[in-house]
Design a protein around this ligand. Structure first.
Ligand code: URA
Length: 212
């Protein structure tokens, strides 16, 4: 497992604005969009490509095209949806799958309540979008879900990550999955309510408003 924290002045400046409690939801959505595009640039560094011959107006040359089967981008509902547009800007031809995960409040187990994914993810590069890697339980369950469908090459793009969550993913990860976590920041840790500190609050609420 590889964890990449993106050290870039634009990422740091946009993340500061994103964290700010005075940033309204319109600006928050725009900043998420811009940050995802910057993180996606790094996250797709190992994107598989194949040779492609083309003609320029001057001569023939050989470049590259994205290798098929196309990668699959999987936003985790709800907050991950706010990252989709930024990802599609950089990877417009990727297929999009959806995964909804929630915690059963009695058993505390993570369960899947929605999914729309290719049935077979063998040989597909998978990009999970979830703004906050907090306890790692949702990401762990998502990775497990994709791995059961055959995925072995998974990149998780998280705006912020907590050390506890990264440790939990390390603990859960099986040898058959090659995982990269790309994040703008690894923060100090989690508070007693499971929020990332200093974090940015509830990412879903800040993107979409509080649902009562
Ligand atoms: N989910 C959030 O939206 N924020 C956190 O700080 C932790 C989990």
């Amino acid at each position: 497992m590889k964890v990449e924290q993106i050290d870039h002045p634009l990422v740091a400046q946009k993340m500061t604005a994103l964290r700010d409690v005075n940033t309204n939801s319109q600006d928050f959505r725009r900043l998420v969009d811009e940050l995802v595009t910057l993180l996606a640039y790094e996250a797709t560094r190992n994107l598989k490509v194949e040779a492609k011959s083309i003609m320029t107006p001057v001569a023939s040359t050989i470049g590259v095209d994205i290798k098929k089967p196309m990668p699959v981008v999987i936003p985790i509902i709800r907050a991950g949806l706010g990252m989709l547009e930024g990802m599609q800007k950089i990877l417009p031809l990727a297929e999009i799958g959806f995964l909804g995960m929630k915690r059963d409040e009695t058993t505390l187990a993570i369960e899947t309540y929605a999914n729309r994914l290719p049935l077979n993810l063998t040989n597909r590069q998978c990009y999970i979008l979830d703004p906050m890697l907090a306890t790692g339980h949702t990401l762990g369950a998502s990775i497990n879900y994709l791995s059961v469908l055959g995925a072995t090459d998974i990149t998780s793009i998280n705006l912020l990550a907590a050390p506890e969550g990264i440790k939990e993913i390390e603990r859960q990860l099986t040898d058959n999955v090659n995982l990269t976590i790309v994040t703008a920041n690894i923060d100090e840790g989690l508070n007693e309510k499971g929020y990332i500190v200093p974090g940015l609050g509830d990412a879903g609420d800040r993107l979409y408003g509080v649902v009562g």
